[in-house]
Ligand binder design. Structure first.
Ligand SMILES: Nc1ncnc2c1ncn2[C@@H]1O[C@H](COP(=O)(O)OP(=O)(O)OP(=O)(O)O)[C@@H](O)[C@H]1O
Length: 884
């Protein structure tokens, strides 16, 4: 192994790429390279952590780390730097931000939620700039530089709008006597004392400013603009849908920004709307002293223009190793080149089959091409000499059938690239692995599927085949519009007492709507439950916030007898002066609604009560920041009342609630003896004890589901002498429910992939509108472009399927639905719910799981499989497992 020459390692999943990279680091240290001169870079924090752990392990195995007195390792040699590209860039910027003209080190807007907030403000500022230009036009103020509503070559957004508004304000005062002091409007909303991030506070301030400027615009438009026959810019907001095609315009904008910035593109390269969005997004970040991830890379690239800084960096880290090279975007690859082009002590490790971040600008093919051209193929003499490329061909992770399945799925992901074909070598499993077939099942519907998955997991655990933490359920996404594909699986796991953890998303039981539903049920079941009552009050009563609640609570001061919050609220609603007028009105309406609901207890069945409670109250509360609205409603394709009811029924919260009700009636023995009678007839009027039983079942389930870390039982007390037993429970951990993206680089003994259907996995291609398709009939170039986009989309989805499949070591369980899980999906995609295109055709049409079947009987008839020829040509065990 020549550690001083460039090396490219390309191989499929589980072939030991990361292990090889770590081994190379250790080899370098063994040969005398100072670990502090080695920089190991990867894509995510999780992967960086994994790298650090593995390097430490290898160093320890090679005797490069010695145990300390307290058992912890201490380095004979210090450890190499292992980090993400972004943290390394931030470190560079922290040292040199002044070189970039910044007065202080910027903060990083790290989460997608923050990016979306910035984008929301950016769009508002584009509208603001548009109105500002028209105000100047109305007042005859000469056009300043920047910003135009008419010139398609100019951005609508421009910096420095505040100063220009000042001038407009002054003119408006002189010409029309306008002043903000004279305005009559709603009182400013009471400040919410809830904790808010700095970004949220700044955003609120900006929004207040924008509202004022909008009022100024409306004043001027009414006085001048209307007479001039100008377009009302408030009523006619910009239509971005032409430029950002897709159901969720904001998401499309965000993806465009990610793509453009990852390529290092400036706004000037794009047409007017895209240009304005990109400029406004960057301007908003700047205004708040923030940078996003791509800004970090751009700033680091700029710093490396400085000869002093780049030679300093090269001196500090002459050895560079990069993992997950396929996921690097152009800016990251450029950084690698700049740091190493003249040195060539670079090692890159990647797998083009696992390139799943193209939507974020990952430039897989060009990364490999540039590396090969610069370091391997080119006969350029550099100090280190020409580099080489290695392909690993053995998969050490998975059983043969899983490796074969992965190879088949990967075949369709090359997308016609000659280079990727050159890099592609099929993998072989270790010879010693037994042949365990991949299990593929059709389920009638999502409830059957969820029960199947949970049953199989339970059996694995009962048989002692593995620990919960060695099992994963990998979903294409955790949120599909408002639908949570793994919501019912969570419920079934809870029912069976199997601990689980949701990573990279929120458990359905912790959602805002579920919390509100639980609070309302608790209030109905027990009017003394102050905590639940306050939750409902703040969420549901109009204009009642924490300040009003504090005033209501003050009624309880100095009272001899304890007064419940609901009693205080009833009293407050009758007092004309205690609360502000709007708050009192909101409180009165809320109490009336609560009264109505209370009257329904004893008149309607539990299910009817919960349904009306959900439809009239809970469903009106927006779900947590899910990013996208229900695609169907956004499209406006569903409108009849029947269909709306259907949508409500399909809400994951409602589905969970119904499932809990069903389980209460199916097995009332979970209830205390004195309550069993009230759960005998599902159609009988709901009694208070039944409502209480339902409430406690919901709460039990919710408290069992932890959002992060391992699942532990809160009430557990560890007694002396039991620590060992407890530890084994803790380390056994929980079944992981996560997305395929989050699962990258990880491995589990058993992996479940639910919803393996067209439009679910893979997700349908949404890059072309109906209008585009209609135009493409007449326009061959457009048709070609759309076809290319679609092909690239399905290649990426195929790579995602490859990643999901290859996470499994021993067991892979795939379920295919026979009907779409949501009503709106069948409306949108058609009634036929086909299996995923990534399921080889010989594997389709398998034994069905139906509600009537006993799960143990699935696939009992092996003949049925054989008669259809399953497994032929896949001697390594494809086909249906007889039983899960
Ligand atoms: N030479 C080897 N002999 C035996 N087992 C190995 C060897 N190399 C790696 N492994 C094991 O194979 C599994 C996969 O290794 P590793 O994570 O390094 O592969 P990878 O190519 O980086 O995988 P992926 O790309 O899917 O993240 C790990 O469990 C690792 O311990």
């Amino acid at each position: 192994m020549d550690i001083d020459k460039p090396l490219l390692i390309v191989a499929g999943a589980g072939s030991g790429k990361t292990s090889t990279l770590c081994a190379r680091v250790v080899e370098m240290i063994k040969r005398g390279v100072d670990p502090q001169r080695i920089l190991v870079i990867t894509f995510t924090n999780k992967a960086a952590g994994e790298l650090k752990t593995r390097i430490q392990k290898y160093m320890r195995a090679s005797g490069l780390l010695e145990p300390h007195d307290d058992g912890k390792p201490v380095a004979k040699h210090r450890l190499p730097h292992a980090s993400t590209f972004h943290s390394w860039c931030f470190r560079l910027i922290m040292c040199h931000y002044a070189e970039l003209g910044w007065a202080s080190c910027p903060l990083v807007a790290a989460t997608e939620g923050e990016h979306m907030k910035v984008l929301g403000l950016a769009v508002e500022q584009i509208e603001d700039c548009r109105r500002l230009v028209q105000c100047e036009q109305m007042l005859g103020i000469p056009a300043a530089n920047g910003g135009s509503n008419d010139d398609p070559n100019q951005s609508i957004y421009f910096d420095g709008a505040e100063q220009r508004w000042q001038r407009v304000l002054q003119e408006a005062l002189d010409r029309t006597g306008f002043s903000f002091d004279k305005l009559e409007g709603p009182e400013p909303p009471a400040k919410k004392p809830a904790k808010r991030s700095k970004l949220a506070a700044k955003a609120e301030h900006t929004r207040e400013q924008l509202t004022l400027m909008r009022m100024l615009y409306q004043h001027l438009y009414a006085r001048i603009g209307q007479q001039q026959g100008l377009l009302d810019m408030v009523k006619h907001e910009l239509d971005f849908t032409g430029a950002f095609v897709g159901k969720d315009t904001k998401r499309e904008m965000m993806n465009f920004i990610y793509r453009a910035k990852s390529r290092g593109d400036g706004p000037e390269l794009y047409p007017q709307l895209e240009r304005s969005v990109l400029a406004a997004y960057n301007g908003t970040l700047r205004r708040y002293g923030l940078v996003d991830f791509d800004d970090l890379l751009k700033a680091a690239n700029e710093l490396l223009d400085n000869e002093k800084i780049i030679s300093c960096v090269r001196g500090e880290f002459p050895y560079l190793l990069v993992d997950e090279f396929q996921d690097f975007n152009q800016l990251q690859t450029r950084l690698v080149l700049r740091m190493q082009a003249s040195i060539g002590r670079v090692t890159a490790v990647g797998d083009e089959r696992q390139s799943i971040y193209a939507f974020r600008g990952a430039a897989c093919e060009s990364n490999f091409r540039i590396f090969l051209e610069t370091f391997v193929d080119a006969q350029v003499q550099r100090t280190s000499g020409a580099g080489s490329m290695e392909c690993l061909t053995r998969n050490y992770r998975s059983h043969q059938s899983i490796v074969d399945f992965g190879n088949i799925v990967a075949r369709d992901t090359i997308g016609g690239s000659k280079l990727l074909e050159r890099l592609r070598v099929p993998l072989r499993a270790q010879e010693s692995t037994p042949v365990v077939p991949v299990s593929i099942w059709h389920a009638d519907d999502k409830t059957v599927e969820a029960a199947m998955v949970a049953d199989r997991i339970k059996r694995l655990l009962d048989d002692g085949a593995c620990l919960p933490s060695e099992i994963a359920v990998l979903s294409r996404c955790l949120q599909f519009g408002q639908y949570r594909p793994t919501g019912l699986i969570e419920l079934e796991l809870l029912r069976r007492g199997i601990p689980y953890v949701v990573r990279g998303g929120q458990s359905a039981l912790k959602s805002k709507r579920m919390q509100l539903l639980m609070a309302m049920v608790r209030v109905l079941a027990n009017s003394d439950d102050d905590i639940a009552f306050e939750h409902c009050l703040v969420e549901l009563a109009m204009d009642v916030g924490p300040v009003s609640v504090a005033r209501i609570r003050s009624l309880g001061n100095n009272q001899v007898a304890r007064m419940s919050l609901s009693e205080m609220a009833a009293r407050a609603s009758k007092m004309p002066t205690l609360l502000a007028r709007d708050a009192r009105a909101g409180l009165m309406v809320f109490l009336e609604q609560l009264d109505d609901l209370r009257k329904r207890v004893g008149c309607v069945s539990l299910r009817e009560l919960i349904e009306s409670l959900f439809a009239k109250h809970v469903a009106l509360v927006p779900e947590d920041d899910v990013g996208t609205a229900n695609p169907a409603s956004a499209k406006g394709s569903i409108g009849t009342s029947d269909e709306k009811v259907k949508q409500e029924e399909e809400d994951p919260v409602m589905l969970l609630a119904i499932a809990v009700i069903d389980s209460l009636f199916a097995s009332p023995d979970v209830l205390p003896a004195d309550m069993v009678d009230c759960a005998s007839d599902p159609k009988a009027p709901c009694s208070l004890p039944l409502l209480r039983a339902f409430s406690s079942q919901l709460c039990l389930m919710s408290s069992a589901a932890e959002d992060s870390g391992r699942v532990t039982k809160p009430e557990r007390v560890i007694k002396p002498g039991q620590e060992k037993a407890e530890k084994s429970v803790e380390t056994s951990g929980a079944v992981v429910i996560t997305t395929v993206h989050q699962a990258k680089g990880l491995e589990w003994a058993h992996v479940f992939v639910p919803h393996f259907n067209e439009n679910l996995f893979p997700m349908g291609y949404r890059g072309a509108t109906k209008a585009d398709k209609a135009r493409a009939v007449m326009d061959p170039r457009l048709r070609e472009e759309l076809d290319r986009g679609e092909a690239a989309h399905y290649c990426e989805e195929g790579r995602l399927a490859y990643v999901a499949i290859t996470r499994a070591k021993v067991g892979l369980y795939i379920t295919v639905l026979d009907e779409y899980p949501m009503f709106w999906m069948s409306k949108m995609f058609g009634s036929a719910c086909r299996s995923s295109r990534y399921l080889p055709s010989v594997m389709c049409g398998v034994t069905k799981a139906t509600k009537q079947n006993d799960f143990d009987d699935y696939g009992d008839s092996d003949d049925s499989c054989n008669s259809r020829g399953y497994g032929r040509g896949y001697s390594r065990g494809y086909g249906r497992a007889k039983r899960w």
